[in-house]
Design a binder for this molecule. Sequence first.
Ligand code: C2E
Ligand code: CA
Ligand code: CA
Length: 568
Amino acid sequence: MDKGVRFHRRVPVMQTARFFEWLGSNLPRMQRIMVPLLLFCVGGVTLFVYWTGGIKFVFSHSMYIPVLLAGFLLGMRGGAVFGLLGGLALGPLMPIDVSTGEMQSTLNWLYRGGFFVLIGFLSGAASDSVQSYLRHLHWAARHDPATGLPNRIALFETFPASPADRERSKVSALAVFSIENRTELKSAFGLAVLEMAVGQLAQRLQEIVMDEARIHRVDTELLAVLLTGTDSGDIIERVEELRACAQAPLMLESIPIHVDVRLGYVTFDALLQKPETYLQEAEAALIEARDKVRDCASYSASISAVTRENLRLLGELKDAIRDGQLSLEYQPKMVLNTGKVDGVEALIRWNHPQRGVIPPEIFIPRAEQSTLINLITRFALDEALRQMARWRRQGIEVSMAVNISTRNLLQPGFVDQVLRLLDQHGLERHLLELEVTETALMVEMERAIAGLIRLSETKVIVSIDDFGTGYSSLQYLHRLPVSLIKIDQSFVRKLPGDTGAMHIVEAAITLARKQGIQTLAEGVENREACRFLRGMGCDQAQGYFLCRPLAADTFAAWYKENGGHIHV
Ligand code: C2E
Ligand code: CA
Ligand code: CA
């Protein structure tokens, strides 16, 4: 159907719906004004009938007007009462003929009164059912059907509107809670469990805020609450209290389930913007918390600017790939015992025409939340393999590691795509290594592991990147079909001075060796770290101390100059 036609048809429907909603919410107020008016109306009709000569005249039928109106406005009981009043006024008190004073028979006025009561009652019954339907519509528009929690419309209506409301609370905060592991919960236990988790979390938060505020469900996995406090210190304390309470595991059918909750909030002391804008700001703070891997963040104007800028950037990414703005740099990996450079890691760079070089941390995490990551990975794989084939022709034999995201692993046909590219460039499978970060694996672990198994069966090397940053790395290592773990730089960079880091690195190396998995330490920044790692039995190293990431030609020159070895 033509868009314009659809739009015009929708407008009257929306206006009618709005009118009924308005009617529903204003009816109680109208009722208060209408009672004296209806009484006046009944009196007026009585006088009018008397003045026109008495009950025998057709004018007596005008009594139906106040009776019907009373039913409509006051419901069944009101309609019946006004029917009785009208019946009495036009019954025993009203002569048939004013000029002769002849009164009507009892049966006649009983019949007349009974009929008025019936009409008032029926019009009231009809009005009551319409009103209850309107109340239902009003409720449904403001509540989430699955959990019965108030929704975002209801939230916006709770924003303090009048100056009197503002006086009572000096500072307000809108806090948004997100269930971060929703995909994991949904895939492991089904949608019903996610709904239960949302419901339980809301109940728990409600117990903290008590009657003072209500918890609203503003999106599938988002809860929000509008808090008020005396000053900003007070409000931050209360947000912190909610955050702490949200972290405890939830009980689902007496099984404790880990629910990863993150929180973003915005504080304000005067209502200067629309409630929708405050919600957007709280959500922007939530994204900031996610990006910085923190469980809570508050909104500041710079966050919004950064979010807008990043979203704009993401919009340009597709064209950037097409226009050749993306390129790869290669960082050598060294075998610790021999000093031989036997591989490189391909690291993506975006050379933006206006902003210059944009580091991958800016666009990769966001691209990973959309299908854009598939384009990026395809580009990186294709370019890296082409480069490997080119180097091979120049006599440089190195393996190539490419970073991929879990989303790629879950993408149907990904393994075939990798194999096709290898064939296209005439390269053996064991020369390609795919790095998957540990934290990304945790999100949809079972499906991701299935993807890893498919890959490892093809002889392509799989490695776990940033090892040690996920929360249960050591426990599940035996289940992963991987050939190499890359110990995260956050530990390696502290070597050899930091005892905690030393213990973690040592544990990772020992554990991996027991499982027949190779280890690589990334972020090696000094000679001492290199020595320590060699002493620990770590297999490979990578880091600025050995070599920074280099452009393809620079790497080729560097490799030839050093004979494919690093002497440390
Ligand atoms: P990563 O995979 O952990 O890559 C290592 C990062 O550490 C690189 O940063 C590298 O330049 C840097 N680095 C290497 N040695 C040292 C060192 O000794 N000290 C310090 N401080 N840093 C060192 P880069 O290139 O900015 O990449 C950042 C992250 O972006 C990568 O972390 C990876 O997760 C992601 N990334 C890069 N390229 C791609 C890609 O093509 N696809 C995907 N999905 N992710 C990519
Ligand atoms: Ca990597
Ligand atoms: Ca890494």
